[in-house]
Write a protein that binds this ligand. Structure first.
Ligand SMILES: Cc1cc2nc3c(=O)[nH]c(=O)nc-3n(C[C@H](O)[C@H](O)[C@H](O)COP(=O)(O)OP(=O)(O)OC[C@H]3O[C@@H](n4cnc5c(N)ncnc54)[C@H](O)[C@@H]3O)c2cc1C
Length: 311
């Protein structure tokens, strides 16, 4: 690691070297990050990112680590954990309201907090454990809704420090996809988002959330996973394809396609990223052979994997 960069990052926040990413992903796997910084404010987030980029380092900014598979070889460069959870509002915005949310805030926590204080519009997100930054990049969604329905603007910074306010159109949000994820808006990160919310009745909003919670408890396994592994193809759900190629419950090493929901891969304890990547690859191969379909992972592959380097 560049010693001058480490010294400069130490001015921004506490820095850890060779930090195991397995401590920071919901899968509980992932090798070491060369340098690891926690950003607790928008200023720290922006400073750490622009500093690392100005030193020519690779940078990986993440939120809750709930949609990533980090390779067992880890990440060469600077990893920034975003814990900027500042919330401003809701404030009146025309006939409705808007709330400005730091991109490190949990979508689930925000949805519950707003419902509890009588603001409607995000109840469907009560089970999405990721951050708002991750939600922008993946256009997170559930129950027929998605972030794109409620996003007013995302405030971003680029490697040179220039701030932009991007609309859903600029971000070209689509089903679990965005221009950022597809690499069409390279070298920018999300600092905060403005979301549209409306006044509602806290009691009924909380009841709606309880209903969503109950549906999730019945349909999804607990434990270490990343939620849905594959995006749903247009004709039917990804779990049906995994079932049809005989992989429900299939295990490689300590990773297993869940018996409860076969589009989930569980780390049974001690799984490696390679175990999980092998299951992903096996399902892709079988679905390609049997149906001629290229099924796309929803989970984002980061860093170095044992076979063949960075993905
Ligand atoms: C139990 C469980 C249930 C889930 N249910 C759902 C669901 O119903 N719907 C759904 O859509 N998803 C679901 N997910 C997946 C996940 O929570 C979402 O994709 C979430 O939006 C990811 O946010 P994150 O902060 O964890 O992103 P991370 O996993 O930390 O990162 C994902 C990607 O976003 C990028 N990123 C994150 N923050 C920033 C930022 N500030 N600036 C730039 N890039 C950034 C990262 O670089 C990475 O490429 C589930 C996951 C789990 C574990």
């Amino acid at each position: 690691m560049d010693k001058a960069l480490i010294a400069a990052l130490q001015e921004v926040g506490q820095i850890r070297l060779d930090e195991p990413m397995s401590r920071h992903t919901t899968f509980g796997v992932g090798g070491p990050a060369d340098a690891y910084v926690v950003a607790r404010t928008e200023e720290q987030l922006s400073a750490a990112f622009t500093l690392a980029r100005s030193h020519g380092s690779e940078v990986f900014v993440f939120g809750s680590g709930s949609n990533i598979l980090v390779g067992d070889g880890g990440f060469r460069g600077v990893v920034i954990e975003n814990r900027n959870t500042k919330v401003v509002g809701p404030t009146q915005n025309g006939v409705g309201h808007k709330v400005r949310v730091g991109s490190g805030m949990s979508f689930s926590t925000l949805a519950r907090r707003l419902a509890g204080s009588g603001f409607a519009g995000l109840e469907w997100a009560c089970g999405i454990p990721g951050s708002l930054g991750g939600a922008v990049v993946t256009n997170a969604g559930a129950y027929g809704h998605a972030l794109s329905d409620v996003l007013v603007t995302a405030r971003t910074v680029n490697a040179g420090g220039a701030i932009s306010e991007l609309t859903p159109g600029d971000l070209d949000l689509a089903y679990r996809s965005s221009a950022m994820l597809r690499g069409e808006l390279p070298d920018i990160i999300v600092l905060s988002v403005d979301l549209r919310v409306n006044k509602g009745d806290a009691v009924s909003l909380k009841a709606t959330i309880r209903e969503y919670d109950s549906q999730r408890r019945k349909a999804q396994p607990a434990g270490r996973n990343c939620g849905s592994v594959f995006k749903n193809p247009p004709d039917r759900s990804a779990w049906q394809y995994v079932d049809e190629v005989g992989l429900r419950g299939h295990r490689i090493g300590n990773a297993q396609f869940s018996e409860v929901h076969s589009n989930f891969i569980q780390n049974l304890g001690g799984a490696t990223a390679s175990d999980i990547a092998s299951l992903v690859q096996l399902a892709q191969e079988r679905i390609r052979e049997q149906f001629g379909l290229e099924i796309t992972p929803e989970v984002v592959f980061i860093g170095e994997f044992a076979t063949g380097g960075a993905v």
